[in-house]
Design a protein. Structure first.
Length: 417
């Protein structure tokens, strides 16, 4: 066979795999059906930063054409590639990022708030059942809270009792009682002296369920609590005032001191220096910050004052309003390192009625704050004198007028004692 295949020029030295002087590449000569497209006009080489000087990024010198063509386009200039340039990232969408960040923050705050609410709500001790209170007055406008400070020593060690001058008496008695009315005309805080002379009405025993008929017996108000607990105290207050109590709140000695310490103390302006051995009080006149121990001594002192229990109730009102005002502030509410210890200390020791919600408790607290904020009124219940046994007698006409104003949610004009 002396003839070469068609397309060969007849030279025996032009075989596959060898070089040739023919300007047509071997691949095109061997495969006549493949047509190379014309090479684009040469432009100065574009050198990516990472490649060495004089190379085009694929291992060959610029301008050199090996003649090899796989049919793939690697991105040379003029054929849809980037010409060797790395495309820059698009500018960030700051508006979208701001929206996403804000939404994330809102969701996080909502989750924390919901979690805190259920945590705090679960700590409330709902132990008082007002459904056991019989023959109740009709409801009025606004909300009435009976706030009780007891001498309960529950949870206190012997060292705590000594430090706080509480003594070691068993059981618990009421050390202070107040009605807080929260209405559209501002809050009204009314102290009920524990030595008030009141009638014990008929009632149903909170534990026994047995009904006890009223006999017209009169005694000190705090005796009702000692006899059958919170339910009888509420029944007695309602019977002697005609005002319906919507919620009951009680706190003991230990819890009171812990709340004060948790918020870092309460600032008070004490007009006159006084001492009292029984309560442990020893105060100079002027502005000062009271810790838990000092605060408890301040609200319990009565023997150092000429007005005894009446002066003490005024100090209790002053202190509780200051405590609420200094607790319900952004520096406490928005600071978890103060908020959680304060709520923990308070909620662990609070005893409330079964219908009390955390929302209602918060409303009570802010109403208490409003008493000293110029929005409300604080007073002792009107008195007319003393009974034969030395108990304090209420002024029935003024009490009736006061209760009517509270029921109708009117501005209180009655003056207390």
């Amino acid at each position: 066979m002396s003839e070469w295949p068609e397309g060969r020029n007849g030279r025996p030295d032009e075989r596959y795999g060898r070089g040739s002087a023919n300007p047509q590449p071997e691949g095109a000569r061997a495969m006549p059906h493949v047509r190379r497209r014309p090479a684009p006009p040469q432009s100065p080489p574009r050198i990516p930063p990472q490649q060495g000087q004089g190379y085009d990024g694929y291992g060959e010198a610029p301008g050199y054409d090996s003649g090899y063509n796989t049919g793939q386009v690697y991105g040379g200039g003029g054929f849809g590639g980037d010409g060797g340039y790395v495309q820059s990232r698009p500018a960030p969408n700051w508006g979208r990022r701001l929206k996403v960040g804000t939404l994330t923050l809102v969701v996080a705050l909502l989750a924390v708030s919901i979690g805190t609410y259920f945590w705090a709500d679960g700590k409330l001790k709902r132990e008082v059942d007002l459904s056991k209170v019989i023959e109740r007055p009709s409801e009025g406008d606004g909300t009435n809270y009976l706030i009780v400070g007891s001498d309960s020593r529950e949870g206190m060690t012997a060292e705590d009792k000594k430090k706080l001058h509480t003594g070691s008496a068993e059981g618990k008695r009421t050390d202070s009682m107040m009605i807080l009315h929260d209405g559209s005309n501002g809050p009204t805080l009314i102290s009920l002296p524990r030595d008030s002379n009141v009638e014990i009405p008929s009632f149903v025993g909170s534990e026994s369920g047995k009904k006890f008929a009223g006999t017209g017996r009169t005694t000190k108000l705090n005796a009702a609590y000692a006899e059958d607990g919170p339910e009888l105290l509420v029944r007695t207050v309602e019977f002697n005032t005609g005002l319906r109590i919507d919620h009951y709140v009680e706190i003991g000695f230990g819890g009171f001191a812990k709340i004060v310490d948790a918020i870092g103390g309460v600032e008070l302006d004490i007009p006159k220096a006084f001492k009292d051995k029984k309560s442990g009080a020893d105060f100079q006149a002027g502005k000062q910050t009271l810790n838990g121990e000092q605060s408890l001594a301040f609200v319990r002192t009565r023997y150092a004052f000429a007005g005894s229990d009446l002066d003490r109730t005024k100090n209790q009102q002053k202190f509780l309003a200051a405590l609420a005002a200094q607790t319900a502030t952004p520096s406490t509410i928005l600071n978890p390192f103060k908020l959680y210890p304060t709520m923990g200390a308070g909620l662990d020791t609070l005893i409330v009625d079964k219908d009390m919600s955390l929302w209602s408790l918060g409303n009570m607290f802010f109403a208490m704050k409003g008493v000293t904020g110029g929005e409300g009124t604080s007073m002792n219940i009107p008195l007319s004198g003393q009974s034969v046994n030395g108990n304090l007698v209420w002024d029935k006409d003024k009490v009736k007028q006061l209760v009517e104003q509270l029921k109708n949610d009117e501005k209180v004009t009655v003056k207390g004692s």
